[in-house]
Write a protein that binds this ligand. Structure first.
Ligand code: DGL
Length: 216
């Protein structure tokens, strides 16, 4: 089966690798749409047009399953994409709030792009899952995905750490952090350096499991 995957750049490779680990024999197409990075700071209409162009390309290459390896594009575009492309199957990536809540942790921090944090879907995920004793803090991280996109390939960790310092300096150490952007899964060690022993959770394995279920 041909499986198409896209993200605004290298972030979605964390999802691609998780899927390939489960399903090594499928054929994959990956769009690293870095010319449009960051997705998290685009308007809804602009982002939908970008997502649609990626889906059109993947469809042209024969993909039957499209994996949106991006929380921002999923929370904002997946419902409309499903309506507009009924012939394709879509699997999305959402902030793993449900998994974090299930740990029963008291203080949970959700890091994501401004677009994901503001989305109706994130609001709904909180309403559906939050338990009364839990404190869930949403942290929009403008510029972080782009800083990772530009600096990680060059091993420029100074720029990444500087950005993290700016974003995390006033945040109290949480018990669990939800990595609500696929780019952030690439800098787990750097985030852990700020909050040692905090549990980091992303939705990558869940996405891979859903693709496997769809295939079988
Ligand atoms: N990696 C994406 C996400 O999961 C997009 C980051 C961006 O381009 O802003 O949200």
């Amino acid at each position: 089966m041909k499986i198409g995957v896209f993200d605004s750049g290298i972030g979605g490779t964390t999802i691609l690798n998780a899927i390939k680990k489960l399903l090594p024999s499928e054929e994959y197409f990956y769009i690293a749409d870095s010319k449009n990075c960051p997705y998290g700071e685009k308007s809804d209409t602009e982002l939908y047009e970008i997502a649609k162009a990626n889906v059109d390309a993947l469809k042209k290459w024969g993909a039957k399953i499209i994996v949106i390896a991006c929380n921002t594009a999923t929370t904002k575009c997946i419902a409309k994409l499903r309506q507009d492309y009924p012939e394709l199957k879509f699997v999305g990536t959402e902030p793993a709030i449900k998994l974090a809540v299930a740990t029963n942790a008291k203080n949970i921090l959700v890091m994501a792009t401004p677009g994901t944090i503001k989305s109706e879907r994130t609001k709904a995920l909180l309403e559906e899952n939050q338990r009364p004793h839990q404190n869930i803090q949403l942290l929009a991280c403008p510029g972080l995905a782009n800083t990772i996109e530009l600096n990680l390939p060059k091993d420029n960790f100074n720029a990444i750490n500087k950005k993290l310092e700016e974003l995390l300096k006033n945040i109290k150490k949480p018990d669990v952090i939800v990595l609500g952007c696929t780019h952030y899964s690439l800098i787990k060690n750097e985030i852990l350096a700020f909050f040692p022993e905090t549990i980091l959770i992303d939705g990558n394995e869940g996405v891979a499991n859903r693709v496997q279920k769809l295939l079988h």
